[in-house]
Design a protein around this ligand. Sequence first.
Ligand code: ATM
Length: 224
Amino acid sequence: MGVFMKGKEVRGDGGDAGAPFIVIEGIDGAGKTTQLKQLHQWMEARYGCPVHTTGEPTNRPIGRLLKEALQRRVELDGICHALLFAADRIDHVKSEIESNINRGIPVLCDRYFLSSFAYQWREMPGELDWIESINARAIHPHLTLLIDAPAEVCMDRIRRARSDTELFEDLVTLRAIRENYLELARRRKTVDRIEIIDGAHPAGEVQQEVRAHVEAVMQTYSGG
Ligand code: ATM
């Protein structure tokens, strides 16, 4: 695979990537996980190459500490959340993301820095610049798919799927984070390629839209 060209225009700066780094974002219950699984299978069949699927927080040491905090087993404040998510991200890029895209293996990632901008901005209003600054060393994805759905629809899906809820999983918070995502997609148009997809539609329709955006990005990789 050749070098990604179009991503440069929008600062998809995955270095000398031979394959794209694609991120899927959205509030809980938007359907990210289902979409990611289907996308992974379709890409392997469509392009005949391995695809690496991953997500944040990771299962590495910093990510595991964050998962404890999300389940309220460890109490940490907003500043610690922001710093740990950023540290987990750099560790993720260095240990897993860069090596795969540099070898020509597309990487699909469930959440990345847009999650920090949306969630930690909610925890620390007025601190978006600082949150962005601590993430400045994280490479930019070539494509971010934002699965957007009303908070009520997502909360209903979360309640039907499980009885417990994590930090950030209440209706007021989901609404605020959805607004943050939409605002960030608008503000970051010039720095990142972010596509908003209507996640309230049936999963099959959402997947068709997801694939169309991924195809457009994959087309910018030429053979050789
Ligand atoms: P998942 O539920 O998608 O695994 O994500 C875990 C939580 O981590 C999710 N919120 N809830 N509930 C969002 C949160 N999170 C952040 O707050 N900041 C981040 O940078 C990331 C990657 C996740």
